[in-house]
Design a protein around this ligand. Structure first.
Ligand code: PLP
Length: 373
């Protein structure tokens, strides 16, 4: 994690002017228990980041208990009034994306001085205020600020398609944002807005040169890339290795049985694999109940004793089968690396399964033994 944080910052340094790079801030995104890697690991791994961003209010308290003293950001904002107390107690920054949240801010005591990220809807239509509402919103914030209920305000947006090959959607969203910054320049200045938070992993790695505005402090919010996976998956020139990202999670399981399958015999549920020749097949103790993608295709790679081979047949709940012909020395008890260090990248595996690295990393089941090194 620490390496990847550095790698992302090096990518940034290559793209943007030195002064803009030095002034920028990095909020490492660690929602969903650090994308399945554990929040404890994130606290250590992201020690050099300026802040940590999460979705879960209770995680703010947990992070303070874990001695995270730097910034905290609640990315979706708060859901209930009671959360306002947690925000104050943890001195966290909260996203504000709807009128209901703005109304709730009125309940804060004067002097609460909450830090907020004002989220603009620039076309994703998930969270955020439409630009047309901004005049009203800024007036309300002005009032909250004069009452010292709100302190710092950061402008924030989120891309729907920063990972897509076609950049039209990014251009459209970014134009919306720039238009707003121009249109409300005076009001934003009056509110004391000096920071802008725009880039997720994909936008940081691909477009930071254009998305870093000179007259703002730019705050990046990388998530997936810090866990060693590229949001562009395995795309040519844009895979994890192309950005010098190293896998953080390694998933391994043991061979628990070996079958000598004759030509024309089949393997597993649905008899999806039919041997064309005599095939040594290993049964590996990991299945979709562990979080391995259920629909991983027959050519999904795995590594046994340093040699790459692939799945045969369907992944079942607790097991999967692999072809051992390329690894004649493999025995029951040997480890199979399903992804990560010494194995295939999560990007390759998920590509073969037609799923994303995001959900695959988050989906590991509780029963999987986790070792944090
Ligand atoms: C999850 C999240 C991110 C990080 O996205 P990645 O694609 O993993 O880099 C950034 N910003 C917000 C608001 C998020 O919810």
């Amino acid at each position: 994690m620490a390496h990847n944080l550095q790698a992302v910052q090096r990518q940034l340094e290559k793209q943007v002017a030195a002064t803009r790079f030095q002034q920028s801030k990095t909020i490492a995104i660690a929602k969903a228990n650090a994308y399945g890697h554990s929040i404890e690991a994130a606290v250590r791994g992201f020690a050099a980041a300026d802040g940590i961003g999460v979705i879960e209010t209770e995680m703010l308290t947990r992070l303070r208990e874990l001695d995270w003293h730097k910034e905290l950001v609640l990315l979706e904002g708060f859901f209930e009034e009671a959360d306002l107390e947690v925000l104050q107690a943890t001195t966290a920054t909260t996203a504000i994306h709807c009128q209901e949240q703005l109304d709730a801010l009125q309940l804060l005591p004067e002097g609460a001085n909450l830090k907020i990220m004002l989220k603009l809807n620039t076309g994703m239509n998930r969270l955020g205020f439409r630009p047309a509402l901004l005049a009203q919103v800024l007036l309300q914030l002005e009032r909250l600020k004069s009452q010292h209920k709100v302190a710092e305000v950061v402008m924030m947006m989120h891309f729907a398609d920063a990972d897509a090959p076609d950049r039209a959607s990014v251009d459209h969203a970014w134009n919306e944002m720039r238009l707003v910054l121009r249109q409300f320049e005076v009001q934003l200045k009056q509110l004391g807005v000096v920071s802008l938070s725009v880039c997720n992993s994909a936008a940081t790695l691909r477009y930071a040169d254009e998305l870093f505005l000179p007259n703002y402090q730019n705050i990046i919010r990388p998530g997936l890339c810090l866990y060693g996976a590229s949001p562009m998956g395995n795309a040519e020139g844009q895979g994890a290795l192309d950005f010098d990202l190293q896998p953080v999670m390694t998933l391994k399981a043991k061979i628990i049985a070996i079958q000598d399958v004759m030509a024309n015999e089949t393997v597993g549920y649905g008899s999806r694999f039919k041997a064309t020749q005599k095939t040594r097949v290993a049964v590996v103790a990991c299945g979709y109940a562990d979080g391995y993608p259920r629909w991983a295709g027959a050519l999904t790679p795995v590594v046994v004793n340093g040699k790459e081979t692939h799945l045969v047949g369907r992944v079942s709940m607790d097991m999967m089968m692999i072809n051992l012909n390329p690894v004649p020395d493999a025995r029951v008890g040997d480890w199979v690396t399903l992804w990560g260090e010494g194995g295939p990248s999560i990007g390759r595996v998920t590509e073969c399964a037609g799923v994303g690295s995001y959900e695959t990393l988050c989906n590991l089941n509780q029963r999987v033994n986790k070792q944090i090194i």
